[in-house]
Design a protein around this ligand. Sequence first.
Ligand SMILES: Nc1ncnc2c1ncn2[C@@H]1O[C@H](COP(=O)(O)OP(=O)(O)OP(=O)(O)O)[C@@H](O)[C@H]1O
Ligand SMILES: [Mg+2]
Length: 453
Amino acid sequence: MKLVTVIPISATSCGEVTVTTVALKDVTKVFPGGALAVDAVNLDVTDGEFMVLLGPSGCGKSTLLRMVAGLEEPTSGDVLLDGELANDLPPGDRGIAMVFQDFALYPHMTVGENIAFPLRLSGVQPAPRGERVADVAAALGIGDLLGRKPSQLSGGQRQRVAMGRAIVRRPGLFLMDEPLSNLDSGLRAELRAEISALTRELGVTTIYVTHDQAEALTMADRVAIMRRGVLQDVGTPTQVYGRPATLHVAAFLGSPRMNLLEASVYVHLDRYVQLRIGEQSLYLPWTDIRSRAVAHYHGERIVVGMRAEALTPVVPDAQGDVLRGRIRYLEHHGHESLAYLDIGATAVLVDEMGGPVSGGVPGQRGLRRFGKVMSRLTGRQAPAAEQPGRTGGGNGGSVLDDGGRHHRRPAELAVRLAPYPAVSGGHPLAVAVRMDAVHFFGERGERIDVGRR
Ligand SMILES: Nc1ncnc2c1ncn2[C@@H]1O[C@H](COP(=O)(O)OP(=O)(O)OP(=O)(O)O)[C@@H](O)[C@H]1O
Ligand SMILES: [Mg+2]
């Protein structure tokens, strides 16, 4: 197991609270050689907030954090600490503490000496130093380990020492880069609860980097989700989970992953907006406030997203918003079973390493869409509109497979069942769809919706 350490960045006299807010303005980082690691990120972190930067490996999280710490210089854009431009401020003058992997605690020092080290550096007298160390160690539950050397500690205990060394100076801003990634899952869960509690107790503004969505959703006040250097979405865990701004965010958050299905949109002016999913259909009544936004995609394909919790098994002849299929296979998770249902639909797989889903101007496709909507609204029959219940539906090129960003394959709809249900592979299953919990995304991965969250 790797050791963990802290870079005590602050050099102010007693390490008292200095920086409490961070603002990033169009911050971009291009590394020599041309790698665009961070792409025009705008982000505000407020006083006392626990902000989690979340995203897959290589999306630019560490680079962004290191620019806040002053360990990396932005290529363009501004880093403001407490409202003051800090681009040229050396790391030691930023009043920041940072914890991350890959660096060792001082092996020849005891736990107490390791935690006290930043205080000693800044000239704090032995008596107050000892008091502060004892307080911090007690808060972290390592008060009885002060005399040990790092080699005599478990990974979790070392991690706590690293945390202790970072917070002992009472930084105004605490930066953590995947501090738990080397630990086993039980310890991670325990420590993440402790870190949340501790930082909130101290009221210290925290930016915490992880690629683990469970960590992000459980710890954060707000989550900032990145992909390929681009900030995709920022919001509370409830907001980003409940109303993801992009297809990428939708696919990244949640377990099992959100079911993402290709659907064709047909507007029936007198009744509803029809969403054809394979040979089946769901209907958005005009009373649904999202129906107008979805109607703009008449004649086009969009992505319909349904989390497992939006799907409830129902009796085979149930009416309403129901999808039917056969169980392809079951997965037993102890507390629940997941059925993967073949409903004759096409899945949209989001390529995490692919290009950014945002950006680009509406091109010809936008014009074509506009033309189709107009022709529909002026009463002319739109091409290929289908009536509910009719089978068919061509299998032309997907509007969603442009540039290799998304891939298609037969959908396996993940549905939650009670543990060890009395069904097995091949069994038919009908599921009711909670239409208010369904998400819609356009061809570039943008959320189709109305209003603000
Ligand atoms: N010093 C460097 N020189 C060139 N490219 C770099 C450098 N550091 C990072 N990169 C590149 O910048 C991108 C972002 O890297 P970064 O370390 O910020 O990702 P990350 O989100 O922290 O990933 P991980 O979860 O794997 O730690 C990557 O493509 C990486 O290869
Ligand atoms: Mg990293």
